[in-house]
Design a protein around this ligand. Structure first.
Ligand code: ZN
Ligand code: ZN
Length: 142
């Protein structure tokens, strides 16, 4: 089963095949800085299951020098987070939000929850729910 993804500007596209070894939300400070969000949501799969469709040579990667494995990978044009390999090259770390495909599974755990930002809450049922009107452009509907 294959899932396709890419960056916001469309310069970089990839495919990742199931099965995945992990699907987690991580709340650590590194992930918050790297995503600009309260948590990162990532899928992990053997690196052999990641295939670049276009733009792979344009990708920028930054390895956090003080970490044993943390890195970011992104499109230099639009800044979107993209899949990266672990430093040993064995696994692909795929930001779930970079996928265009629906997934037949959901995250299994909240990782590093103790270091979450104080505004993170798991019970979001009190939040107002609404959808943004992107001006009726069909490409923005999803
Ligand atoms: Zn891009
Ligand atoms: Zn993290």
């Amino acid at each position: 089963m294959k899932f396709s993804g890419g960056c916001l500007c469309g310069e970089i596209e990839f495919e990742i095949s199931a099965p995945f070894s992990e699907f987690t939300h991580c709340y650590c400070k590194r992930c918050r800085k790297a995503t600009g969000a309260g948590r990162s949501s990532v899928l992990i799969a053997p690196s052999s299951q990641l295939r670049w469709i276009r733009g792979a040579s344009k990708i920028k990667r930054w390895d956090l020098p003080t970490a044993s494995s943390f890195a970011t990978s992104f499109c230099p044009e639009c800044g979107s987070p993209l899949p990266r390999l672990t430093r040993d090259g064995e696994a692909a770390v795929v930001p779930a939000g970079s996928l265009d495909s629906d997934l037949p599974l959901s995250p299994e755990c909240h990782e590093n929850f103790a270091s979450k930002a104080n505004w993170v809450c798991l019970d979001e049922t009190r939040l107002t729910v609404y959808d943004t009107d992107f001006g009726g452009r069909p490409e923005s509907a999803d």
